[in-house]
Every structure is written in structure tokens, then in C-alpha cells.
Ligand binder design. Structure first.
Ligand SMILES: Cc1ncc(COP(=O)(O)O)c(C=O)c1O
Length: 407
């Protein structure tokens, strides 16, 4: 463990806090045995005063690290002005955020919600409704094996890994899954009832698997030929994670709808469904809503996230760090030989697929002061904040290499 750098801020310590949680929280998570109490930049500290290098960024969420001064200021300024009044009134922060998303993407209109699942739920509902408004009762969704889209019933039904939905059946009907990357198999599932194709440009939870070259373009062509909509789930890949502001930019095609969450708020809960003008009109007043959607605090913070990424050069810095990380992981894999199956990913969303289960590597990294996560049983995932420095990546990779070698 790293030496304690600052005094403890919780009298209970890691074990005491975990024990309290075990008695009152629903036991649907299996948290690591540390309670994090504060963070700054790419470092976080636990309740025993141990410090860690955070190379997982709150599962690809803390895109500007922890307590970035400009995000703290944006939140403080908004906190002194207006917190919440609902969508029965117009509030400016959500308009300012939508303006930024529209300026920097294919989208013409944005709906705000609170999470990735809700953003995808809205996208799926929009797809059905859009067809319905054309006198057409298309309702089927074609999604992909290994995909992950959230935990609401519609989104978990669209999720292409049975472990996420086993025991919750009956699922939402009409969802079909093709192997990720297989255009011929996708085409075979499309028909007169298809409302939309839903796909991640790079599968995050499914093991950090980038779409094969030409796959997204092929899906665009299939969707156009069939007459269904194309929905890109950029909840994990969006907001600079793969080297461009949105991953779809690297494919040369745009979807009809893109969903965002995770990094959009830099750690504040917010989701967004971003649609082209052609399809956005499907959701007229009364068809869809969210009490907290467009909340001024969340939107003010998300505006600051985009401003720092774009105007302060963090997006460009993250792209450089992503290229460095990819290169270094390749060398690490070569040195480790048989223990590593492959390294893959894009930008600052990268993975090492191991021959053995990855949980032990995650534990050994944490014990040496570095936080990483899995993405499937044998995959170690790295999703550091975009502000990460080369020296921090070097420090983390040295720990990761030893942790894999010790397996
Ligand atoms: C691609 C993708 N879509 C949707 C979700 C669900 O997001 P949330 O947990 O915010 O509902 C996730 C979460 O990991 C995700 O990675």
C-alpha cells in the first residue's frame, strides 16, 4: 500500500465503512475492500489514508479526473443560483449544453435524462414511435452479442449477454442479437418489423472490442436500405474517450440517434439522447419525460466538461495519451508473452485480455496503489481520466505488468 499522505477524514476507516454498508445497502454490488473518501486529479484516497492512481476514472466517467477546479467552480456557481425547477419551465444550462452538443456533433436536438440506461430507453422508444407516426408498426430492435445498454427492462433486453437478464424474463419482445462485426448476420435479422439497429461503436463492458473496419458504415447502409433507424450507444465511448469527441466520427458515418452519459457530466449524473432533425420530432409533448432531466446543476457541470475538453486542449492531450497507452500496452504484452492473449481498444479506453481470470490482477494492482477494472472475466480495462500524464501512465503500467506477471 502507498503511505498515507493526508490525515484520515473518516473515523470509521475502510473496514468500518464497509461493515456499515453491508448492514444497510442492498447487496447488489461487490465493492472492492476500500472506501474512497476524496480525490484530486488522477489520485484518490481511501478512508485509511492510502492513495491510489486512478486508471479507471469511475468506469470511464471522471473524464477530467477528480475535483477539476473548473468543474468545481461551475457547480458552485450554479449551486448559488438555481438547483431544480423541472421541465415545466425553461432553464438555460440545459440549452447551453444542447447548443454545445449540437455544435460538435451530427445531432440537431437533445433530450436530457440521468443515466445511460435512460438515454438508451429514450432512443429505443423514439425508434418505435417514429415508425408508428408513419403508420407503420415496426417494433423490433437488432442489437449485438456482447453489447451492453443498461439495466432497465428494455435496455437489459437489448443487452447481448444473458447473465445481465437471466431471471428477469419475460423480456421486452422483438429484440434480436447478431454477432458483433458480422454484417451478413445482421442483414439476415432485418425485416419488415425492424424499428432500429442499436450498436456500441466499441463494446465497452463486453470486453473493450472496437468495431471492425467498415462495420458501422455497413450498418448505416443496411439501416438505410431497410428503412430502420441506426442508434449508436456512445454512453461509454462518447466525450473524448476513444480519441475523438464521439467515437462515430472515426467511422465516417453518423447515426440517427446517439446516446451519451458517463463522462458527459464528468462524474455528475446526466444522460443525453441526441437525435437528427429527421427523427427527433417523434417525441412530441407528453410522449417522454424525466423529472430530473436537464437539471441545471448537472448541465452546468457538463457544459464545463465540454469547454475544458475542447477549449483547454484536454481532448487533444487525451488523444496523445491514448496513443502512448496503446503503444506501451503492446510492448507490455510482448514482454509478458503467453500470459496475454491480446491488447486492444482505442484512445484512453484500452484492455489487456489475459489467459487467466483478471480479478486477481485488479486486486494486486490495488494493493500496489493502482485502480483498474475488468471488462469480462479475463479482461483488464483501463479508462483513465483524459488529463492523465505520461508519467502516471508509466507508473500504472509498471504496476500492471508486475501484477500480471505475478499471476
Ligand atoms: C455502452 C453502455 N451503455 C449503457 C450503459 C448504462 O449506463 P448507466 O449505468 O448510466 O445506466 C453503460 C454502462 O456501463 C454502457 O457502457
Amino acid at each position: 500500500m502507498l503511505a498515507a499522505m493526508t490525515p484520515k477524514i473518516s473515523p470509521d476507516g475502510n473496514a468500518g465503512i464497509a461493515a456499515r454498508g453491508a448492514s444497510v445497502l442492498l447487496q447488489n454490488y461487490r465493492p472492492q475492500p476500500i472506501a474512497l473518501v476524496r480525490g484530486q486529479g488522477c489520485r484518490v484516497e481511501d478512508a485509511d489514508g492510502n492513495r491510489y492512481l486512478d486508471l479507471m476514472g469511475g468506469i470511464a466517467t471522471a473524464v477530467l479526473g477528480h475535483c477539476h477546479p473548473k468543474l468545481v467552480r461551475a457547480l458552485e456557481d450554479q449551486a448559488k443560483r438555481l438547483w431544480h425547477v423541472s421541465n415545466l419551465f425553461t432553464t438555460e444550462p440545459q440549452i447551453a449544453l444542447a447548443e454545445r452538443i449540437v455544435r460538435h456533433s451530427f445531432a440537431d436536438r437533445v433530450f436530457f435524462c440521468n443515466s445511460g440506461a435512460e438515454a438508451n430507453e429514450a432512443a429505443l422508444k423514439l425508434a418505435r414511435r417514429w415508425h408508428r407516426d408513419r403508420g407503420d408498426d415496426r417494433f423490433e430492435i437488432v442489437a449485438f452479442e456482447g453489447g451492453f445498454h443498461g439495466r432497465t427492462l428494455f435496455t437489459v433486453s437489448a443487452t447481448g449477454t444473458p447473465a445481465y437478464w437471466k431471471g428477469f424474463e419475460p423480456l421486452v419482445p422483438g429484440i434480436r442479437h447478431a454477432p458483433y462485426g458480422d454484417l451478413a448476420a445482421t442483414e439476415a435479422l432485418l425485416g419488415d418489423a425492424t424499428a432500429a439497429i442499436l450498436v456500441e461503436p466499441l463494446q465497452g463492458e463486453g470486453g473493450v472490442r472496437p468495431a471492425p473496419d467498415g462495420f458501422l458504415r455497413g450498418l448505416r447502409e443496411l439501416a438505410d436500405a431497410n428503412g430502420c433507424l441506426l442508434l449508436f450507444d456512445e454512453v461509454q465511448t462518447g466525450i473524448g474517450r476513444t480519441g475523438t469527441l464521439f467515437a462515430y466520427e472515426q467511422s465516417g458515418v453518423a447515426p440517427d440517434v446517439m446516446t451519451l452519459a458517463k463522462a458527459l457530466g464528468g462524474g455528475i449524473p446526466i444522460g443525453a439522447m441526441c437525435a437528427s432533425e429527421r427523427v427527433a420530432g417523434a417525441l412530441v409533448p407528453g410522449t417522454h419525460a424525466s423529472t430530473f432531466g436537464g437539471n441545471p446543476l448537472a448541465c452546468a457541470c457538463a457544459c464545463a466538461v465540454l469547454d475544458v475538453l475542447i477549449e483547454d486542449g484536454v481532448l487533444e492531450h487525451g488523444r496523445r495519451m491514448g496513443a502512448f497507452l496503446g503503444e506501451q500496452l503492446g510492448k507490455l504484452a510482448a514482454r509478458l508473452g503467453d500470459a496475454v492473449v491480446e491488447t486492444r481498444g482505442a484512445g484512453l479506453l484500452r484492455a489487456v485480455e489475459l489467459r487467466e481470470p483478471a480479478a486477481g490482477v485488479v486486486d494486486r494492482c490495488r494493493e500496489q496503489g493502482v485502480l483498474v477494472i475488468t471488462a469480462g472475466e479475463r479482461v483488464v480495462r483501463l479508462a483513465p481520466p483524459l488529463i492523465v500524464e505520461q508519467s502516471e501512465l508509466e507508473e500504472g503500467l509498471a504496476v500492471l505488468e508486475k501484477a500480471i506477471a505475478a499471476g
